[in-house]
Design a protein around this ligand. Sequence first.
Ligand code: OXD
Ligand code: MN
Length: 599
Amino acid sequence: MKTTNQRLLNWVDEIAALCKPDAIHWCDGSEAENTRLCNQAVEGGTFIRLNESKRPNSFLVMSDPADVARVEDRTFVCPTDPREAGPNNNWRDPTELKDTMRQLYDGCMRGRTLYVIPFSMGPIGSPIAHIGVELTDSIYVVVNMRIMTRIGDEVLKALGEDGDFVECLHSVGAPLDPGQKDVPWPCNADNKYISHFPEDPSIWSYGSGYGGNALLGKKCFALRIASTMARRQGWMAEHMLILGLTSPEGEKKYIAAAFPSACGKTNLAMLEPTLAGWKAECVGDDICWMKFDDNGQLRAINPEAGFFGVAPGTSMSSNPNAMRSLYANCIYTNCALTPDNDVWWEEMTDEPPAEALSWKREPWTPDSGTKAANPNARYTAPARQCPVIDPAWEDPAGVPISAILFGGRRPSTVPLCFEAPSWQYGTFLGTIQASETTAAAAGNVGVLRYDPMAMLPFCGYNMGDYFAHWLSMPGRVPNAKMPRIFFVNWFRKSDDGRFLWPGFGENCRVLKWIFERVSGQTEAVESPIGLLPTPGALDLSGLAIPEEDMAELLAVDAKAWLKDIPAIRAHYEKFGEAIPAVLRQELDALEARLQAAAT
Ligand code: OXD
Ligand code: MN
């Protein structure tokens, strides 16, 4: 089906004239098309077909070692006025950058096919969803976008004659001369640009074929560009998981949570509660779009349709529901290949395979002294394959959000859980969200890295204005019912370096407390930092945690908090005048409360 949308037709013509592909293919999104493209990628040496009896319809891809992750230093946010991009983004003048990139795009698809991928972020036709069209010269991008979003004819139908869409242009930047043989992973390692033009809005990506650099629906559209749309239109585009929690009495509440990288977001999104009678179901593991409904209720969709998860560390003990989602129909990137044509990554099994082909296509054994899989190796899995996918995950109306969680990796200072008494203070807590560096990383131990709302690499405009947008939400509609805001920390350690909290499925105990707070079933105690569980309010039944450990987990150490205040002030200074005055007042008031408590 070709579209009747004239703007789309004109844009495809314009890009084809610039990039000069050998052919143009409009993706219909069908199974037959997907099979054809996967076969073509196997024949071309890009895809390795995995063992059909173990992982049907699944493929492994090994990238160029120079193209393995998002490239934040090559990511640009380009409104006309640099103040709009803020200190949290790399800014370039949009006219100059477009000129530079047009030269790179000129002829960049020679010898390749230009694929047109109409895609919907969110259930097609949902009032919370938005449409994009990605033009790309990468089959890897097409088949991944088909898992991660809804693509094809259905989207063109929804777009109609004059529907709006975000222009997403992508090229691996590796044209082929006539007769030139392609490489398994074409890219242009020395010339990567991941550029965002929020005023269009459009995304221009060049040189990388990997993940968030190339699957433009994800970080580029659903966070950076969508955050600017959300600001203009009065909604929220957030880096959050969404889960549904059902009590033994059958009451259900939805929770969204924003954590910085490496804090177990996907694990929490799919957790298996250890408390009898409680059920957790997954709506999404990475991105959350929220809009008010007519009753002032904030409702959320997961704009994605798949999981692009970090594979290393994922196992039946850390995340059984992720593992169970991977039984078929997945793409694996930069995992290792076992002799029986299956994939493997570090910690996937207790025993590593005796031998494998590493992600660098080199023979590997457990004694090699190197990693078999790249630390950023990924699986791309259809969300519908998750055994605990929420029944409402594709509800066009979205799910009502009752609570928002912030958190970080804080071995010290921050208690297991507490609640913000107001939206304003909760927003403040989001702005000071941080993870502490550990001995595992180079540099000073215990240094705080601030990642407000886990959006530092993903906010498409000045972060100070983003904070103001958060603060403005309750005033956007009459009778706004705002979610309650909580702060959690699964990573608190004892003085002798033990984790005090078991984490994983046991985190449902904290979720239960949050559920009970939201439904008015439990009291809380006030403290200088917010509302903590009353003694005995956390359900610890069947869990052998020493009383002293629990006391430490729930203690508010005012002196330790006071030590963070100068770092918080320095963090705010980076955003200068853009920080809303009420947040500075919240910080002053917190400091005063802590000082009173410390003396
Ligand atoms: C991701 C990330 O890949 O946040 O989801 O980096
Ligand atoms: Mn993410």
